[in-house]
Design a protein around this ligand. Sequence first.
Ligand code: HEC
Length: 124
Amino acid sequence: MGRNDAQAALCCCLAVVVSLLSSVMVPAAMAAGDARHGETIFLRYCQGCHGPDGRGGGKGFMPHVGPLARKGYIETMPDEYLAAVIAEGGLAVGKSGYMPSWKTTLTEQDIADVIAFIRTFVAE
Ligand code: HEC
């Protein structure tokens, strides 16, 4: 086996390890969202802008937030996208910078919980 083969084999090995790790870790962190805890977080931090039921028009700081609970909308958004907006703020996904970044306030688990709660909006 030449030097290049050995390098290629090592690279391949690393790629497998990385993909294994991410397939094990990401769903584990995201899947366990607890909507009841998410509701507490949402009512504390989010309803001021998004409204208690996610329909927008909360009586907080910015009255023009569109509804999160629009039919046929939120259920099409992947968890990764929602987690990114919530953690990094609106600007990170090309949305309004009035959507704050929550990564210093909320843990990853909190964010998974709040996503689970947001997903209950379309049930009605
Ligand atoms: C200061 C007001 C404000 C607060 C507080 C706030 N948001 Fe937002 N949020 C916004 C705005 C403004 C947008 C962008 C809306 C748009 O561009 O359609 C947004 C967008 C979002 C989006 C993306 C919606 C989309 O259409 O793609 C999600 C998800 C979201 N917010 C969740 C949350 C969560 C969860 C919290 C609480 C942890 C929260 N927001 C708190 C103002 C706020």
